[in-house]
Design a protein around this ligand. Structure first.
Ligand code: 5GP
Length: 184
C-alpha cells in the first residue's frame, strides 16, 4: 500500500508527558518514525548518543545552523535543541508519519517551514501537577526545575495557536486522543 507520509509536531511544556505519549504511539505503529534531535545539553544518565539525542558541542550545533541542516531549532533553558532536516524529509518521502517531539518556539518555526504539519499541544491538568511531575522525574536540579516551570507558563499562554490541544490527565485517554488527531 502506498500511503502518504506526513509531519506531526508534538509540543508542550517540559514534564507534561510528551515523551511517554510518543513512546506509546511508536510501540503500536511501525509506520511512525521519531525524529532524533540534536542538542548541546549534557546527556542524562542512561541517555545514549544517536538514540536519545545527538549530543553536540555548541560549535558543532552552530555549524548545522549555518549549513541550513536543521528543520527548526531553539535555545531552551541555556542549550540548543534542533531537528536534523535530512532524515525527516527522507522518512516522509518513504510514506512514514514523522513525529517531532519539540518545545514551543521550534514548533512555531515548523508552521512556517512545513505548513502542512499537524501541530498538537499537550497540556498538563494544572501547574501544580506539572511541578510534581518534574520533581518526581528526579533528573533535574531545583534550579533547572524552576527554570522549566517559568518557561512552561510562557508556553501555555500560546497553546491556543496550535491545531489541537490535548490534556494529559489520564494517560490512556491522552494517547488515544493524539492518535486520533494524527490519523485525521
Ligand atoms: P530535555 O532537556 O528535557 O530532553 O528537553 C527539553 C525540551 O526541549 C523539551 O520540551 C523537548 O521537547 C525539547 N526538544 C527536544 N528536541 C528538540 C528539538 O529538536 N527542537 C526543539 N525546538 N525542541 C526540542
Amino acid at each position: 500500500m502506498n500511503q502518504q507520509g506526513k509531519l506531526v509536531v508534538i509540543t508542550g511544556p517540559s514534564g507534561v508527558g510528551k515523551g511517554t505519549i510518543v513512546k506509546s504511539l511508536l510501540s503500536k505503529n511501525p509506520h511512525i518514525f521519531l525524529s532524533i534531535s540534536a542538542t548541546t545539553r549534557l546527556p542524562r544518565e542512561c541517555e545514549i548518543n544517536g538514540k536519545d539525542y545527538y549530543f553536540l558541542s555548541r560549535l558543532q550545533f552552530e555549524e548545522m545552523i549555518n549549513k541550513s541542516q536543521l528543520l527548526e531549532w531553539a535555545e531552551y533553558a541555556g542549550n540548543y535543541y534542533g531537528t536534523p532536516k535530512q532524515p525527516v524529509l527522507e522518512q516522509i518521502e518513504q510514506g512514514k508519519i514523522v513525529i517531532l517531539e519539540i518545545e514551543v518556539l521550534g514548533a512555531n518555526q515548523v508552521k512556517e517551514s512545513f505548513p502542512s504539519a499537524t501541530r498538537i499541544f499537550i497540556l498538563p491538568p494544572s501547574m501544580e501537577i506539572l511541578e510534581q511531575r518534574l520533581k518526581g522525574r528526579g533528573t533535574d536540579t531545583d534550579e533547572v526545575i524552576l527554570n522549566r516551570l517559568t518557561k512552561a507558563k510562557e508556553e501555555l499562554a500560546v497553546s491556543h495557536q496550535f491545531d489541537y490541544q490535548v490534556i494529559n490527565d489520564i494517560l490512556e485517554n491522552a494517547i488515544a486522543d493524539v492518535e486520533d488527531k494524527i490519523k485525521n
